[in-house]
Design a protein around this ligand. Structure first.
Ligand SMILES: *Cc1c(COP(=O)(O)O)cnc(C)c1O
Length: 386
């Protein structure tokens, strides 16, 4: 739990205690599957590494501290975290989700959990009041919010949604991957569970796939830990170590990602080949007002369309950069460029993705922490190629 320290201080120190055996300042990587018992049932709190591992334990405490939460749980991937969380539901239960969301989340909902009797409604939670009224009913047990969304950067008012369902036995869950705890703390806005694809900003160095959940409720934590142990999609000790190291610079990286976001948007705004820019820091952005209220910065994820919206131009553009790497994923220190329609969102049907704006000409940037002038020069190169 937070002891009132600043977010940066927490990022540096979260979850870490010096190793009592040696004084090592960094948490050791406990590469062990099992633990010695001095007599039957007598051990030091660790029996088997699916259930608990000291490196993962330190990281789970760090996750909790970052979101000002009571509990943190670490999983093998962001989708594994979601998979475990969805298993608290029963057949017949219903989930309301944002309609613009990470393609893998959409696939998990529609191709896996829908087969187990869970019904999903996808609505535009930009306009949370009206959209929720249309689909909410007495079977609704979960609201899945991604804010900002991937890749359209839609914003949902977390507090408004939480207020709306207060006292209704509905879990309000927020995918906080894009904002990170540095820019947005959903539990303070009334959400029940926060999820991250740790693979992205929390890890921050494009070297780990991991996910996490943070929450405050004792009974839900108990349920999730039982599921985590029963289903087994845990984070490994080496990955846990890498993420413990990564989050020490989360505040510094996020500050630079935000700075680069602003600089690159200013550049794109004035470019004659750009049609529309999606970034919550723009006053013209549909969710700008709410973003100003619930976020302390607007991040380094920027999407834009080229004039003409042609697939050929978009493909040429993303293949013409040198500093930007054409790749899936986001949130690392290096800048990545992507074409959502054929990459991250290929698993969403064309008519569905186009309805939310993922057209053939949409390009997504994950701005790294390089110097803005070099990022801009690289984008110039790509503009000149089309
Ligand atoms: C990447 C991502 C996920 C899935 O996480 P993995 O770690 O790849 O399993 C979920 N939500 C968002 C917003 C993401 O960007």
């Amino acid at each position: 739990m937070s002891d009132g320290k600043g977010k940066g201080t927490r990022a540096v120190h979260a979850g870490v205690k010096h190793d009592p055996a040696t004084g090592a300042i960094m948490t050791p990587v406990y590469l062990t599957s099992t633990y010695v018992q001095s007599a039957v049932g007598e051990h030091k709190g660790y029996e088997y590494s699916r259930t608990q591992n000291p490196t993962r334990h330190a990281l789970e405490n760090a996750f909790a501290e970052l979101e000002n939460a009571k509990y943190g749980l670490a999983f093998a991937s962001g989708l594994a975290a979601m998979d475990t969380l969805l298993k608290v539901l029963e057949p017949g239960d219903e989930v309301i989700s944002t309609n613009d969301l990470y393609g893998g989340s959409y696939r998990l909902f529609t191709t896996v959990f829908s087969r187990y009797g869970i019904k999903f409604h996808f609505v535009n939670l930009d306009d949370s009041e009206n959209a929720l009224d249309e689909v909410i009913n007495d079977k609704t047990r979960m609201i899945w919010i991604e804010t900002p969304t991937n890749p359209m950067m839609q914003i949902t008012d977390i507090q408004a949604v939480a207020k709306k369902v207060e006292g209704k036995n509905i879990l309000v869950c927020v995918d906080n991957t894009f904002a990170t705890p540095m820019l947005q703390q959903p539990l303070q806005q009334g959400a029940d569970v926060v999820m991250h694809s740790v693979t992205k900003y929390l890890g921050g160095h494009s070297d780990v796939v991991m996910g996490c959940l943070m929450l405050n409720d004792d009974a839900l934590d108990e349920k999730l830990r039982t599921l985590q142990n029963s289903c087994g999609a845990i984070a490994g000790p080496m990955d846990s170590f890498l993420v413990l190291r990564g989050i020490k610079t989360l505040h510094l990286r996020m500050a630079r990602h935000c700075e680069n976001g602003r600089a690159i948007v200013d550049f794109l705004k004035n470019h004659e080949k750009v049609e529309k820019i999606y970034w919550p820091g723009l006053s013209s952005h549909i969710g700008h007002e709410v973003a100003c209220r619930q976020m302390s910065g607007f991040g380094g994820m920027v999407a834009f369309t080229l004039k003409g919206d042609s697939l050929a131009d978009a493909n040429k553009f993303v293949e013409s950069t040198e500093l930007f790497t054409l790749a899936e994923s986001l949130g690392g220190v290096e800048s990545l460029i992507g074409h959502p329609a054929s990459m991250t969102h290929a698993s969403i049907p064309k008519e569905v993705r186009e309805k939310v704006g993922v057209t053939d000409g949409l390009i997504r940037l994950s701005l790294g922490v390089e110097d803005a002038v070099d990022i801009i020069a690289d984008l110039e190169l790509a503009f000149n190629a089309i």
